[in-house]
Design a protein around this ligand. Sequence first.
Ligand code: ZN
Length: 167
Amino acid sequence: MRQTLVLNASFEPLAAVSPHRAVVLVLQNKAVVEQARPGLRWRAAAVEVPVPQVIRLRRYVRVPFRQRAPWSRRGVLVRDGHRCAYCGRRATTVDHVVPRSHGGGDTWLNTVAACAEDNHRKADRTPEQAGMRLLTRPFEPTPSDALLLALGPYDRKRPPAWLSVPA
Ligand SMILES: [Zn+2]
């Protein structure tokens, strides 16, 4: 399905998101539907909403177009979809690829989501020293990713269970 355009409260275009994500933002009361796709509805147990083509945020979001997205632990978990970079299972901790004791910093490129077990196993070592392999390479979020991080956690691969595509 085609992407949904996200407008800032001031109507300037900010980003494109999946229809899943757009519906969740509307249901979380963070955005309003400006334009819907004709004839298409999302149905759930208690709600039915039009599939948004364009949504607009209720609150103005200041987007750092030139600046970098500020690093945060929560941001790393959201960026990596709460998946462990070493085993792919659910991650609840943030691992420094190059440990802080070895001079590694709190940066997007030096941190990955990790499950508590792998984080503990890797301990104060680099992946090479620990004999562990990164399944994904850490990356710096783009400004539009940063916007999505600012709007709160969302697991892209798993929309809420109650959200289902009409037949
Ligand atoms: Zn793991």
